[in-house]
Design a protein around this ligand. Structure first.
Ligand SMILES: *[C@@H]1O[C@H](CO)[C@@H](O)[C@H](O)[C@H]1NC(C)=O
Ligand SMILES: *[C@@H]1O[C@H](CO)[C@@H](O)[C@H](O)[C@H]1NC(C)=O
Length: 371
């Protein structure tokens, strides 16, 4: 059991986001209780998400349908059809009790998994500051572990208020894979349980955020024709009023190719660990006959189940946003490492923000003790 929510789109059932071993299915029961400790036990409808990348454990919805669910405050899942009565089992609080029409945030970014000794401080600071300029108010990161310097920066952003860190100790329960291809990266569950955290993040923000961006820590969803995300989404949404899922193409900027002038090779950043994304303006062309993955901007109230590159169940359909309107700036190791600079496109979109961006990055690095 990960988290429990009322789903008002499904007549107010309780939806428990869970992780289930697909090779060992058994009937599950749901015990839900009111504040007065009156509990009921009902049989559940279990929906294992169709995307699990072949790993034995998968993201699942355990759906509890019964009477008086609107008064329930906590719930647990059990294999015992008599209900649990076992007070040692932990109940989950039930969230999203009431529908809200106004939201605390307009744009929230969900970063699905942070693990290993990831210590890419400079790229993370640059990305966070870029997102602020683009109109993002809230970033959520699911933390299994990270490097010592990034830890310090995360704490800074948490104190400052922009970042919410959700503890994600998946490695205490399962042997998580560090990748998505089971042939290359063995384990119980794909990429540190990324599919579970993405779904959790959507439900968590259903009534907290107008839009949710689902992308990795090293990706920036970047408008190319609008100055920021609010006017982009206003235009997209008025052209496609019913759409709740906007697919954004991923484009790779190899960190091995540097721009020539060196104007962003700043002395201030010399000792900051990580990649300086301002130096990487060369973009790989999309590969022919290869699926070029997308990430998403979603209205969380229109999504029921999501995968990484598209949703699995939504209300209202999805729209592929044209590449010249919005795309992802993804600075990382090259995907097509054989290409020379001449075969790459020059894309200086980040530089449009340079003045404010650099000022804000330096300010953050000072406040967090790096400068
Ligand atoms: C969200 O957008 C609306 C409309 O543009 C604006 O009035 C509101 O202040 C924004 N909310 C936040 C938290 O920035
Ligand atoms: C991330 O998780 C690890 C492991 O539990 C913990 O040691 C670390 O303090 C967490 N970092 C933050 C910024 O919460």
């Amino acid at each position: 059991m990960v988290s429990a929510f009322i789903d008002h789109r499904l007549d107010g059932v309780i939806q428990v986001i869970s992780i289930i071993n697909r090779n060992s299915l058994q009937p599950l029961y749901c015990v839900y209780c009111s504040a007065k400790q009156v509990c009921k036990t009902v049989y559940t409808d279990v929906q294992i998400h169709s995307d699990h990348f072949g790993y034995p454990y998968g993201a699942s919805d355990v759906i509890c349908k019964g009477e008086h669910m609107q008064h329930a405050t906590h719930v647990l899942i059990t294999t015992n059809e008599k209900g649990s009565g076992d007070l040692k089992m932990e109940y989950l609080p039930i969230k999203n009790n009431a529908v809200q029409e106004t939201f605390k945030f307009n744009f929230t970014v969900c970063i699905s998994s942070l693990f290993g000794g990831y210590n890419n401080v400079l790229q993370f600071a640059q990305t966070m500051e870029m997102y602020k300029l683009l109109g993002v108010q809230h970033v959520v990161i699911y933390n299994t572990s990270c490097g010592p310097d990034l830890e310090k920066l995360l704490k800074h952003y948490e104190t400052e208020g922009m970042l919410e860190i959700v503890s994600w100790p998946i490695d205490k329960f399962l042997n998580p894979s560090r990748g998505w291809d089971i042939r290359l990266h063995k384990g119980d569950i794909q990429y540190y349980g990324q599919l579970v955290t993405l779904n959790e993040c959507i439900y968590r923000h259903m009534y907290q955020s107008k839009y949710v961006l689902l992308n990795d820590i090293d990706e920036i969803i970047m408008p190319y024709k609008h100055a920021s995300l609010p006017p982009l989404m206003e235009d997209l949404q008025s052209a496609h009023p019913n759409i709740g899922v906007f697919l954004i193409e991923n484009h790779i900027f190899p960190k091995t190719q540097f721009e020539e002038s060196g104007k962003f090779k700043r002395a201030e950043w010399k000792n900051i660990p990580g990649v300086n994304i301002m130096e990487h303006i060369y973009r790989e062309p999309p590969q022919k006959n290869v699926y070029n993955p997308t990430k998403m901007i979603v209205n969380p109230r229109k999504v029921q189940q999501t995968s990484v590159h598209s949703t699995l169940k939504d209300l209202g359909g999805s729209f592929h946003v044209p590449f010249d309107v919005c795309r992802i700036v993804h600075v990382r190791v090259p995907l097509q490492g054989h290409l020379t600079k001449e075969q790459l496109f020059v894309d200086r979109r980040l530089w449009d923000f340079e003045q404010k961006l650099i000022q804000n990055i330096d300010q953050t690095l000072k406040l967090s003790g790096f400068l």
